[in-house]
Design a protein around this ligand. Structure first.
Ligand code: DX5
Ligand code: ZN
Length: 221
């Protein structure tokens, strides 16, 4: 049975001068997870924030901290994200040569583990780790920046991953990230996604609009 669709707003689109308040506001507005985009200026052409900021934000919400690590190497930094309060640690399939080892490392800390695929990486690269993961993240833009346009070819990949997940019979979130708005969210959901990341579309208009933004993305307005 399909899980209800949930939303993980990305604070990349929040007001960085008021991050604590922003995290509280988006939590109260109906966020299920808080999506934390970590960028290193090496794996992706942008730098965002790291574990110190995440640790400070832990005081502002009880929501699940969904950490999307766009960093390479990733393994040496996992302990710091665990200490910072991450609940789910998602790393990129493309971030290193030893995906299976990285997955085991996250699991060794008792945390949930996700694997993310860049737009050019096929679903089949996850066949041999489906029994290990708690979340699969389909990047529907090239990672690095908020506010980009949804890449439609990723819908077929979501469909393929939906079948792969269903075949396992395991509880695996199928997350989509990038260019999600009121037009693209229904397409991603129809293809099988059950966890939407939204940056610009969730935070647009400021705190008074967050609840309405989230409802609209979930098709409940
Ligand atoms: C991109 C990030 C996304 C991004 C989404 O590298 O992983 O989470 O912030 O932003 P929007 O929703 O604006 O495309
Ligand atoms: Zn992300």
């Amino acid at each position: 049975m399909r899980k209800p669709v949930r939303i993980a707003p990305s604070i990349l689109a929040a007001d960085f001068a008021n991050l604590g308040k922003e995290v509280t506001a988006i939590s109260e507005a109906g966020a299920d997870y808080i999506h934390l985009d970590v960028m290193d200026g090496h794996f992706v052409p942008n730098i965002s924030f790291g574990p110190t900021v995440i640790k400070s934000l832990r005081n502002y919400t009880d929501k699940v901290f969904d950490c999307h690590l766009m960093i390479s190497p990733v393994d040496p930094f996992i302990p710091e994200f665990v200490t910072a309060g991450a609940d789910i640690i998602t790393l990129h399939q493309e971030a290193g040569a030893h995906l299976h080892r990285s997955i085991q490392l996250v699991k060794s800390y008792g945390k949930k583990v996700g694997v993310s695929l860049n737009p050019a990486t096929p679903a089949s690269t996850l066949e041999l780790v489906m029994d290990e993961v708690d979340l699969v993240l389909v990047m529907s833009v090239n990672p690095g920046f908020g506010g980009q346009k949804f890449i439609p070819s990723q819908l077929d990949k979501i469909r393929t991953l939906r079948s792969m997940i269903d075949e396992t019979g395991r509880d695996i979130d199928l997350q989509v990230d990038g260019g999600i708005n009121v037009e693209t969210a229904p397409l991603a959901i129809e293809a099988g996604a059950d966890l939407l990341v939204a940056g610009s579309a969730a935070f647009k208009g400021g705190p008074d609009h967050y609840a309405a933004n989230i409802k609209a993305l979930l098709g409940r307005s």
